[in-house]
Design a protein around this ligand. Structure first.
Ligand SMILES: Cc1cc2nc3c(=O)[nH]c(=O)nc-3n(C[C@H](O)[C@H](O)[C@H](O)COP(=O)(O)OP(=O)(O)OC[C@H]3O[C@@H](n4cnc5c(N)ncnc54)[C@H](O)[C@@H]3O)c2cc1C
Length: 493
């Protein structure tokens, strides 16, 4: 559960460290609240669940307006009320009496009880915490977080909101169920990937025409530019020089050639994804297929109230042309999809990152799926080539004889996969036999794409076919089987 008290991973709250923030109490009543909380627990005066889980129930607006100990006081009061230790209205009556100058309630002094509290707290709560002498992580370093998605209060940060696969039609539902069945055979359990009913899905996000959705907790949305810059900082801090803006013109055993001369190395790793097809000898190794995106301006709060999407899930809508979306941390919808033309000879040009027709189609689909965002301005339009192997299977490997290593062919899922590939390459190059080096994609070789003009004719025909299969399915509500079989032959390799 991502309640308001599970703030880890939420953005936009400013610096955590505030001047004077390290003092345990800023006013005397705060220490009393702390003492009250201990007594509620020690003497069993409050109902379950505990304090933090009860704080989760606070209205988010009240939560954000309250101070730290005001929240604790609120939760102690709720728990006392629920247990029947105090009666409804009793606190308000006391406040009114005191405000009217009524007598102070009698003081309750019980040294034995105080000693029991001190003993119960234990020394670690009494002795002030010392600053850490050694830090496990440095700023900017990547950390791995696990998303368990249990119900109830967990204090788990919300870095990973999972991934939703929205199901807009019965045809797509059958396809998702097939996909879940395949995932089960690969060892994904019922908690790893499952189908949400329409109601369950709509509680997460309101998507027009949604019938159901698949959900996996194993996904996190991130800002790719920050990731790339952060990784570069970490690598440089480890002493690795990074050279940018120098093209590699050829990769050969023991060297990468540049216009300024060769860079020599025992092992040369090619991790150039779709762009690598511009290197000699590699034109047919991958297909640079463009994926394009748009982003709205930040949506107003009212729009987000209608759409929901507070859990940070990434989202994909199936279909043969596949669209994907996420809510950005500054409140935009970033929305992307395939369908851009393939350019003869696997050409890559900066101009291809934009395609008016595809961007317009994306904007229309975005407005269709999220009606409250229909009038929003589109502030960004961009794209880039994905690397598609002939059998749509990513791979990573090292040829020991030549010292040439490679990783790629991620078909648009390369952010997490490139990380696994990097770790696997490190194992391979250092000669370590690990679980990673035994994965089926290691040393896998895809066959080359067809030569031109066959490649151009085939890819663009398939692109048109995929669009028409989606349209036919929308029209008839039935799978476009014939077109699907042709697509499978082509896509499945
Ligand atoms: C619009 C779009 C949306 C995407 N969305 C997602 C998503 O939601 N989730 C996901 O997982 N993936 C997504 N991807 C795919 C993801 O971006 C890639 O799979 C991932 O970046 C691959 O990482 P990489 O490090 O292998 O290659 P890249 O990030 O492509 O890096 C390759 C680098 O090699 C450099 N290079 C190439 N050739 C040469 C040369 N000859 N000389 C010198 N340098 C060279 C390039 O300049 C580049 O910096 C998306 C891609 C696009 C285009």
């Amino acid at each position: 559960m991502d309640g308001i008290h599970d703030l880890g991973g939420m953005h936009g709250f400013g610096a955590v460290v505030a001047p004077g923030g390290e003092a345990p109490y800023h006013e005397r009543w705060e220490a009393r609240v702390f003492a009250l909380l201990q007594l509620v627990d020690l003497e069993g005066l409050g109902a379950r669940p505990g304090d933090r889980a009860t704080i989760e129930e606070m209205d988010p607006v009240d939560y954000l307006a309250a101070s730290y100990y005001e929240r604790w006081l609120w939760s102690a009061e709720q728990r006392l009320l629920r247990k029947g230790t105090i009666a409804a209205g009793e606190v308000e009556q006391m406040m009114e009496r005191l405000a009217a100058g009524g007598p102070e309630p009698p003081a309750h002094r019980d040294p034995d009880q105080a000693a029991r509290v001190v003993q119960w707290l234990g020394p670690e709560e009494i002795v002030p915490m010392q600053p850490a002498t050694r830090t496990r992580f440095v700023p900017g370093q990547g950390v791995r977080v696990r998303r368990m998605h249990p119900a109830g209060h967990t204090r788990c940060p919300r870095y990973g909101g999972g991934a939703l696969g929205v199901v807009p039609s019965r045809v797509e539902r059958a396809r998702r169920e097939d996909g879940i069945g395949r995932a089960r055979r690969w060892g994904m359990g019922p908690a790893d990937l499952f189908l949400l009913s329409r109601d369950e899905a709509e509680r997460r996000v309101q998507v027009a025409g949604l019938l159901a959705a698949s959900f996996t907790p194993h996904c996190a949305a991130l800002d790719p530019a920050r990731l790339a810059r952060g990784l570069a900082r970490v690598v440089e801090r480890l002493g690795v020089p990074i050279h940018e803006g120098t093209p590699v013109t050829r990769v050969r055993p023991g060297r990468a050639d540049t216009p300024h001369g060769p860079v020599r190395a025992e092992v040369v790793v090619r991790a150039t994804e779709g762009y690598g097809t511009t290197l000699p000898g590699l034109r047919r190794s991958l297909l640079p297929l463009y994926s394009l995106m748009v982003a709205t301006e930040p949506l107003p709060e009212e729009a987000w109230k209608e759409i929901g999407w507070a859990g940070g899930e990434t989202m994909a809508a199936g279909g043969h042309l596949f669209t994907y979306a996420q809510r950005t941390r500054d409140g935009r919808i970033a929305f992307g999809g395939r369908g851009a033309p393939y350019h003869f000879g696997s050409r890559i040009r900066p101009a291809y990152d934009r395609d008016e027709g595809v961007h317009r189609r994306l904007e229309a689909t975005l407005a269709e799926l999220f009606p409250p965002a229909a009038g929003a301005g589109i502030t960004h339009r961009w794209g880039g080539p994905l690397g598609i192997p002939r059998d749509w299977t990513a791979s990573v490997g090292l040829d020991r004889d030549t010292g040439l290593a490679w990783a790629g062919g991620y078909v648009g899922d390369g952010v997490g996969t490139a990380n696994l590939a990097g770790r696997t390459l490190a194992d391979l190059i250092c000669g370590r036999d690990t679980d990673r080096t035994r994965l089926p994609w290691v040393q896998h070789r895809s066959r080359p794409w067809e030569p031109e003009p066959l490649r151009w004719l085939g890819v663009n025909a398939v692109r048109v076919l995929a669009g028409s299969a989606d349209a036919a399915e929308r029209r008839t509500g039935r799978p476009a089987r014939l077109r699907e079989r042709v697509l499978e032959r082509f896509l499945g390799g």
